[in-house]
Each structure stands twice: as structure tokens, then as C-alpha cells.
Write a protein that binds this ligand. Structure first.
Ligand code: PGA
Length: 252
């Protein structure tokens, strides 16, 4: 397995100067030394260029929070994967629960976006996760495997090492209530089994599976040490260098 990946998802927060300062603060805090943990920052699309400049001399990766599935076209207000690639993005978060639940993105739309990103050399960070009601009905695994099955349908085995999966239980996002390490371990193991069924044992084993949902400095180390967890997707705690850096460095 490659190095763990920690992604800061800044959501719809930050003016140009706020994003620049945050990126510089994180870059300074991480230093230039070769690190074991990979780091990616996903600012709002308006600040991608600014953050790109701020992290230019570092090993930090640039990530977008979303993209359209087409390369170009009459889609007012949308940003295409070609444009993101052109801007210097390496990763794109897709299928985030806020997009699924607030902006009504369906599994089929997420699948088209995954294909659009891969076609353009962007690495999708594909988010999956169940709501509280789905978990309480015992449907967590069914929901997550459905999301994966549709999003990954038709992808060749070569695509699989170009994407990351993020397990983000909807009830843990922005609530301060992270899933327990037992819950996380169980779901990650199921995702891993499913990936092996889809892509075979060898390929299914190399994909990183990140956990996201109320990750903060106090819980980052036990979560990242949980078997089957290969990284973290961090929202609120990534908005300040003082809380993001200890998350990135939690295993040091
Ligand atoms: P949170 O968000 O860390 O604020 O819970 C995580 C996410 O939405 O990716």
C-alpha cells in the first residue's frame, strides 16, 4: 500500500486571501522534507489558482471538490475536468454526500463524473456513505455497495489504481460525532471485499480507502491506525493550519 493520503476539503469557505494564507500556513507547517503522508488541498474552485501558487514549491497536491462529466459544452456554471486538469489539479472529490443530498446528485451522475475525471487524468476521490436512517435500518452495506457498484461500473482494471475511495458516513460529517473505529474497520473491510470482487484480489488491494467525518486532531491517530484505513478526508479541521497539521502529522 502506498503512503496514506490526507485531504483537506475546504468546502465553500475562503476568499482569495484567506485561502492563500491557509495554504501557506499548511505548506510552512509541513516543511519541505520528504514526508510519509501525502497531502492534498481542495479549496473552492475560485481559489484553485491561488492555492496552486501557494503550494507550488511543495509536495502538496491540488484537488477540486467537484467537476462536470463532459469535457466542454453548454452547461452554465459548471467546471469541466479538462479545465481542472489544465489548472493543475491532480485529484477531484466526487460524490460527496453534500452534493448527493443537497444538490441531488444521483449514483448515475456520480458515475459519469468518475469517467469524465479519469478520461482527463484526474484522480477521483469517490465518496460513499450511508445516512443515519439507512444505518439504523441495517442498510449501510447495501447502500455503500450500490454507490460503489454504479460509480465504478464499466471501469477497466487499469482505472482502479487511479482512484481513491472515501468512506464518509453522512451522520458523521460536520456533526462532531465520528464513527467508532470498530464501525470504520467493519465498513472499510466490506468496501475492500467488494473492490476485490470487482477488480480482483491484487488490484482490489491497492486502492486507498480514506475515512471522513468529524476527523480532528484528537481522533485522527486512532482512526488512521485502524486496520483498512489508508487516509483521511477532513472538512472542518482542515480550515485552520493549527488543526489540520496535527491531523496530517498524527502518526509522527
Ligand atoms: P467534516 O467534513 O470533517 O467537517 O466532518 C468531512 C467532509 O465533508 O469531507
Amino acid at each position: 500500500m502506498t503512503a496514506p493520503l490526507v485531504v483537506g476539503n475546504w468546502k465553500m469557505y475562503g476568499t482569495q486571501s484567506e485561502c492563500r494564507d491557509l495554504a501557506l500556513g499548511i505548506a510552512r507547517g509541513l516543511g519541505r522534507n520528504g514526508r510519509h503522508t501525502e497531502v492534498a488541498l481542495a479549496p473552492p474552485s475560485t481559489a484553485l489558482e491561488t492555492v496552486k501558487a501557494a503550494i507550488a514549491e511543495t509536495q502538496i497536491h491540488l484537488a477540486a471538490q467537484n467537476c462536470h462529466w463532459e469535457d466542454q459544452g453548454a452547461f452554465t456554471g459548471e467546471v469541466s475536468p479538462v479545465m481542472l486538469k489544465d489548472l493543475g489539479c491532480e485529484f477531484v472529490i466526487l460524490g460527496h454526500s453534500e452534493r448527493r443530498h443537497i444538490l441531488n446528485e444521483s449514483d448515475d451522475v456520480v458515475a459519469k463524473k468518475v469517467q469524465g475525471a479519469l478520461r482527463n487524468g484526474l484522480r477521483p476521490i469517490l465518496c460513499v456513505g450511508e445516512t443515519l436512517a439507512e444505518r439504523q435500518k441495517g442498510r449501510a452495506t447495501a447502500v455503500i455497495t450500490r454507490q460503489l457498484r454504479i460509480a465504478l461500473k464499466g471501469l477497466g482494471k487499469n482505472a482502479i489504481d487511479k482512484l481513491e475511495i472515501a468512506y464518509e458516513p453522512v451522520w458523521a460529517i460536520g456533526t462532531g460525532h465520528n464513527a467508532t473505529v470498530e464501525q470504520i474497520a467493519r465498513v472499510h473491510e466490506r468496501i475492500r471485499q467488494f473492490l476485490k470482487v470487482l477488480f480482483g484480489n491484487r488490484k482490489g488491494n491497492v486502492i486507498r480507502i480514506l475515512y471522513g467525518g468529524s476527523v480532528k486532531p484528537e481522533n485522527a491517530a486512532p482512526i488512521l491506525r485502524t486496520p483498512g484505513v489508508n487516509g483521511l478526508l477532513v472538512g472542518g479541521a482542515s480550515l485552520k493550519a493549527e488543526s489540520f497539521l496535527p491531523v496530517v502529522n498524527c502518526l509522527d
